[in-house]
Design a binder for this molecule. Structure first.
Ligand code: UD1
Ligand code: MG
Length: 457
């Protein structure tokens, strides 16, 4: 039976990035560059995708570990894209069918691009043996140029480094995606490193196939989609396109984004209708945000789950936490990992939470630190309350019962429990449990010394 497989070339260092990190691991919107071509390839459902690794191979493989459709093929020496492709093929075992080859440095390639390559490969009476994704550009730069004969048939690809001044003027270039039938594959052995780079160029297979009388065609696809990232400038450019794609998708589904230019939203994020996003907001990882929320300027959310009708005011950070319906957070709040705000909770300015659960209706409006704490329904935490959860060695828990009232400037020395409905007087240091419905006071009684100040003068 004919097979369909993918090969992704991702072994190169990416010299032009001038980086200690392998090119395909450079993040774009929080995910390694290689994630994007892999995702596009997967939409065509190949039986297997062989990923060719080399530079920092261990790190690249670890980043994509545990994905059952991937096989990794380690290229021993970076001898060029043909050598890389051969390495990738070998990992597919005895292969007979169609193989889609994609450079790993093409984060903008989309499923539509690959589909159109497929359609063009299979159209006509006889299908192509080799189809190259191409585009025409006024700035062909470092792309390989497509060579055609007088009849307009493709005869080869010449790399920029090897091109004559005349060939450099050619504006039709190789985008770095190819569909090949098995009959082309033996030609790989005929490729020689006779070029400026001294590398085995995969692009040389084009001239070999054309000479052998095999049907070779180009398929014109969007230039943007085939953009290869070779430098930091191109990385930023590609990130800009992906950012815009993500944000415009959200706007189409009913999210208002006031200033897309300053908004960063990772591709895995889901946001409900009528949510309004002010400028300078960053939403990272796998955040889920409900309908009708407002995120004011400077908010950053990381792997957070936010219910509906939530307002997060300016310059607040929410990490790995859950915020329930109708909550109000910020300005300047820091919700650290493991926190849960049930519905209608209010957490105001300069409040830091860590691994703390606030039940519905609880409030901590000003200047507090609540760590490893559980805060009951409708509890009021006064300004400046601090849970002293760390004794220098261990962390301890604070439990505050439903409807309790914690006066301002209270220190709760954990482990400690405040009973349901209890009050703690402002300025107290609470070192032992407070029974339900009691008042705890732990401060010295005030005395006033009449005329003292006058005498001092
Ligand atoms: C390549 C093409 C060029 C095309 C351009 C499109 C060749 C010879 N040239 O050039 O015609 O216009 O892509 O973006 O193929 N890689 C390996 N092992 C190696 C060398 C490279 O796995 O030994 C991988 C790289 O990691 C990269 C991809 O192959 O993901 C392409 O290599 P790169 O060096 O970026 O080739 P370009 O010069 O961009
Ligand atoms: Mg490249």
């Amino acid at each position: 039976m004919k097979q369909f497989a993918g090969v992704v070339l991702a072994a190169g260092l990416g010299t032009r990035m001038r980086s200690g990190t392998a090119k395909v691991l450079h993040p774009i919107l929080g995910l390694p560059m290689l994630t994007y071509p892999l995702a596009a390839l997967r939409t065509l459902k190949p039986a297997k995708i062989s990923v060719v690794t080399g530079h920092q191979g261990d790190l690249v493989e670890a980043a994509f570990n545990g994905q059952p459709d991937l096989v990794f093929a380690r290229q021993k020496a970076m001898e060029g894209t043909a050598d890389a492709f051969k390495t990738g093929l070998a990992a597919l075992g005895s292969f007979c069918g169609t193989v889609l080859v994609v450079n790993g440095d093409m984060p903008l390639v989309r499923k539509e691009t690959l589909q159109s390559l497929f359609l063009s490969h299979r159209k006509g009476a006889s299908k192509n043996s080799l189809t190259i994704g191409t585009f025409v550009t006024d700035t062909p730069g470092s792309y390989g140029r497509i060579l055609r004969n007088k009849q307009g048939r493709i005869t080869g690809i010449v790399e920029n480094k090897d091109a004559s001044a005349q060939q450099r003027l050619i504006r039709e270039v190789n985008g770095g995606i190819y569909l090949m039938e098995s009959e082309v594959l033996p030609l790989l052995d005929k490729i020689r490193p006779k070029n400026a780079a001294g590398e085995y160029y995969l692009t040389d297979i084009v001239a070999l196939a054309a000479k052998a009388g095999l049907k070779v065609e180009g398929c014109m696809v969007s230039q943007v989609d085939l953009m290869g990232v070779n430098s930091r400038r191109e990385l930023a450019e590609a990130a800009g396109v992906l950012r815009w794609r993500t944000i415009s998708g959200l706007m189409d589904s009913g999210v208002s984004v006031m200033h897309p230019e300053s908004t960063f939203i990772h591709p895995g994020v889901k946001i409900g209708r009528d949510t309004i996003i002010y400028p300078n907001v960053t939403i990272e990882g796998s955040c889920r945000i409900g309908d009708g929320c407002t995120l004011f300027p400077g908010v950053r959310l990381l792997n957070a789950t936010v219910g509906k009708d939530v307002v997060i005011k300016d310059s607040s950070l929410v990490e790995e936490s859950k915020i329930g319906d109708g909550c109000l957070v910020g300005p300047f709040a820091h919700i650290r990992p493991g926190s849960i705000l049930k519905s209608n909770v209010k957490v105001g300015n300069f409040v830091e939470l860590k691994k703390t659960v606030l039940e519905s209706g609880a409030k901590a409006m000003h200047l507090s630190y609540l760590g490893d704490a559980s805060v009951g329904k409708d509890v009021n935490i006064g300004a400046g309350t601090i849970t002293c959860n760390y004794d220098g060695t261990n962390k301890h828990r604070t439990a505050i019962g439903e409807a309790a009232f914690i006066g301002s400037d209270t220190q709760l020395i954990a482990p400690v429990r405040i009973g349901k409905g209890a009050y703690v007087g402002a300025g107290s240091t609470v070192t032992s449990d407070v029974p339900p419905w009691s008042l705890a006071l732990s401060r010295t009684r005030q005395r006033n010394i009449k005329g003292w100040a006058k005498k001092k003068k």
